[in-house]
Design a protein around this ligand. Structure first.
Ligand code: KMH
Ligand code: ZN
Length: 310
């Protein structure tokens, strides 16, 4: 039996890392577009996208900034565009919904529970920051809550899922989030196949330990059976080891500078594409084939690139 094709997602910039942490982190619309296109050319079938203020690199929910790179990406690749509804620390649900509602993408992330999201330990790793917003932004996570209440999830499912036909990358940082997703499945507010993204190594979520990866699979299998496609991502130094372990256990994979700035021990990745090439170089010798964007659309039952508004 041939192994299923592996969908590679690439999370290009995110709202965790800040410009001082790596010169490779794309922050302007031009840099985000360029690196997203490169990542797609390297084999990423799905591009997970946030936006940043071009002048300062600070995460922004502004649809106008997203629209400076979304059309370019669409014209240059057939990759699936996945826009964040998580936004960045301190953004309201309305702010987080603005760009997805404007662009009506095939896929959006959807975070399956409120949680602590600790970025503050990163402050001490840098003597000084390029921008004055960086340290306070990271420090704000010490007393911040990444808010994803049941009502928030209902709102996103309604306003994007039902009204736009957008489907979701369900971000599950803990076993509890799998049960929350099962709750919405029971209420028929989500429709299979479910794209379940297990997240490891975020401070406030489950740790990057093998036992947790195997437990996540065991519970997801129990709750969703054939109704889900699993994907695995991990933060920082855990990224490549964990996504490889996930793939060996049947998962799809997510890489990208949103989640980790590295390509090997202590070595900063030069680009998102480098991480995509790195995971391909691991999986292909293990007889795993990489899914094309259209195969990913088929697997995840997406609405198609012609049905977006960018
Ligand atoms: N930053 C990742 C840990 C989102 O954008 O909705 C999870 C994420 C959240 O990508
Ligand atoms: Zn994200």
């Amino acid at each position: 039996m041939s192994l299923a094709k592996v969908i590679i997602s690439c999370a290009v910039t995110g709202a965790v890392h800040t410009p001082t942490m790596s010169p490779a982190l794309p922050v302007t619309p031009d840099q985000i577009a360029h690196q997203a296109i490169e990542a797609a050319e390297a084999g990423a079938a799905i591009l997970h996208l946030h936006a940043r203020d071009p002048a300062t690199g600070k995460p922004t929910p502004d649809p106008e900034v997203f629209m400076q790179f979304l059309p370019r990406i669409k014209q240059s690749t057939d990759a699936v565009v996945n826009i964040t509804t998580g936004g960045g620390m301190g953004m309201s649900i309305e702010e987080r919904l603005a760009a997805p509602l404007r662009s009506s993408p095939e896929l959006c992330s959807l975070n399956m529970g409120s949680m602590n999201f600790g970025m503050f330990p990163l402050v001490d790793r840098y003597k000084q920051f390029k921008h004055d917003w960086e340290a306070p932004f990271l420090e704000s996570s010490r007393d911040g809550i990444f808010k994803n209440t049941f009502r928030d999830i209902e709102t996103i499912l309604q306003r994007l899922g039902q009204d736009h036909g957008t489907r979701f990358e369900f971000e599950c940082y803990d076993t509890a989030h799998l049960y929350t997703l099962a709750h919405f499945l029971d209420r028929k507010l989500v429709t299979p196949p479910l794209f379940v993204q297990s997240v490891f190594g975020i401070l406030g979520g489950v740790g990057a330990d093998t036992e947790n990866l195997l437990h996540a699979k065991r519970i997801a299998d129990k709750l969703f059976g054939k109704d889900y496609h699993w994907s695995v991502m991990a933060a920082g130094k855990h990224q490549m080891r964990f996504v490889t372990m996930g793939a060996l256990n049947g998962s799809n994979v997510r890489v990208g500078l949103e989640d980790s700035l590295f390509a090997g021990r202590g070595k900063l990745a030069q680009s998102n594409a480098e991480q995509v090439r790195l995971i391909r170089s691991i999986l292909q010798p293990l007889s795993m084939e990489i899914a094309t964007p259209d195969e990913a659309r088929e697997i995840l039952a997406l609405k198609g690139g012609a049905n977006v508004k960018f």
